[in-house]
Ligand binder design. Structure first.
Ligand SMILES: [Zn+2]
Length: 416
């Protein structure tokens, strides 16, 4: 017994010397420390650190760089390994003669690059990560904002953004939500070996906002999933509900606080969004830049001309985005500049205005044209799906998630 133990220790020691004392961040497993003739093959696995290359991993682990070049070449058609991403996993199996048997690199959430040694050299394939799918039912009560009310962690944050994208044409998640509003979500949960990894697509959702009910059903046809309301009408419209797009704002603030609570004021023919300087401003619809520059009381101003005589104005900006110039096309949701305090303004805010044939209109009252509805011949299928989803939504009871945390409020400011 004592002998076995000693041999085991020696093998572990040998493996460490072999690898030239790798950083503790590499996990080294000796394949077998049993009593018989030792199998000295090892498996190196780890996560790419910021600025790290596979070359450095190879050097640190005492592997032959020439083999890495062969591996890169073999992999080139599947995935280029020259630039690996920080945070991505890798696994290298090394044979007894210190030659690489195989290398796996997690390209993204959905695929792994697998390079394997064959008689004639390395071959590479991309294998899909096969998740087990389970239906998840999540319901929350709004306190402060959506992100603080949906639960903790990155996956819950991503779910909040997915939900805000689905309703972005009807609801301004930065300023429309009220305390006590509720949401319900039926979403795919993606699991690996029984462990939750991430959320997939939202199948259906319900939002009770200030007494008004919004519903979304994700229905797939022609290989594409789009979201529809109860009557099978597309939720997509020619214009987003707000120029301070919740996803853009949230990702901008994710490194600091979650995001500020924005307030909307309507002291004139436009809308004023109180928001911190540098908050990104998005085009609410596709169009062409009609003006981008300084204009009197508006300060730094962007005017976008849309179809059918619509124009949108974005004023008091601190900065106009680099590619936003007169005559250029913009896409719905594209960032055109940042909130500021330029022109006749007494505090950072976005002045937003909609004109139709050069007449100001209340943006909150305009009925924007919608995207394509579900074709008639698929309506029966859609209704069946909707019925099933409605039952599942009805089974969800919204709860307060403990992570609800108060965000900083902004003072009302105005001007023009
Ligand atoms: Zn204003």
């Amino acid at each position: 017994m004592k002998n076995f133990f000693q041999i085991g220790l020696m093998l572990i020691a040998a493996a460490f010397i072999f690898t030239r004392f790798p950083d503790s961040r590499d996990v080294i497993k000796t394949a077998d420390t049993g009593p018989r003739k030792a199998e000295t093959s090892r498996e190196i696995s780890g996560t790419i650190k910021k600025g790290e290359t596979l070359f450095e991993v190879f050097k640190r682990c005492g592997l032959d760089a020439a083999e890495l070049f062969e591996i890169r070449e073999a992999a080139a058609d599947v995935h280029r390994l020259r630039k690996v991403q920080p945070g991505q996993k890798y696994k290298i199996s090394v044979a007894e003669d210190n030659k690489v048997d195989s290398l796996s690199y997690w390209i993204d959430d959905d695929g792994i690059l697998e390079v394997t040694r064959r008689d004639q050299g390395f071959t590479a394939v991309r294998t899909a990560i096969e998740y087990e799918k389970k239906m998840e039912y999540i319901g929350g009560v709004i306190k402060y904002n959506l992100i603080s009310s949906i639960g903790k962690g990155r996956e819950r944050l991503m779910l909040a953004l997915q939900l805000s994208d689905i309703f972005a044409w009807d609801v301004d998640f930065a300023s429309d939500l009220r305390e006590g509003d509720t949401f319900k979500i039926v979403v795919e949960g993606l699991y690996l070996e029984g462990r939750f990894k991430k959320f997939g697509n939202i199948l259906s959702a319900e939002l009770n906002n200030n007494g008004k009910m919004y519903k979304a059903f994700g229905f797939a046809y022609n290989g594409k999933t789009e979201y529809y309301d109860t009557d099978g009408r597309s939720l997509k419209k020619a214009f987003l509900k707000a120029p301070l797009n919740f996803r853009r704002i949230s990702s901008y603030y994710s490194g600091r606080r979650l995001h500020p609570i924005l307030k909307v004021y309507r002291p004139h023919h436009g809308l004023d969004y109180s928001a911190p300087v540098w908050t990104p401003v998005s085009a609410i619809g596709d169009g062409k830049i009609a003006y981008a520059g300084y204009k009197g009381g508006y300060g730094k101003l962007v005017i976008i001309r849309h179809r059918n005589g619509y124009e949108t104005y974005y004023g008091h900006l601190s900065k106009i985005a680099k590619n936003i110039r007169t005559g250029k096309n913009v896409d719905q949701g594209q960032i055109i500049g940042n909130v500021g305090n330029s022109g006749l303004s007494t505090g950072p805010h976005l002045h937003f205005e909609v004109r139709i044939n050069n007449k100001s209109v209340n943006p909150l009252r305009v009925r924007w044209p919608r995207g394509e509805p579900i074709p008639d011949q698929l309506l029966a299928d859609f209704r069946k799906f909707r019925k099933r989803m409605d039952m599942q939504l009805a089974s969800i009871t919204p709860v307060f998630f403990a992570s609800a945390e108060k965000m900083r409020d902004n003072d009302p400011k105005d001007d023009l």
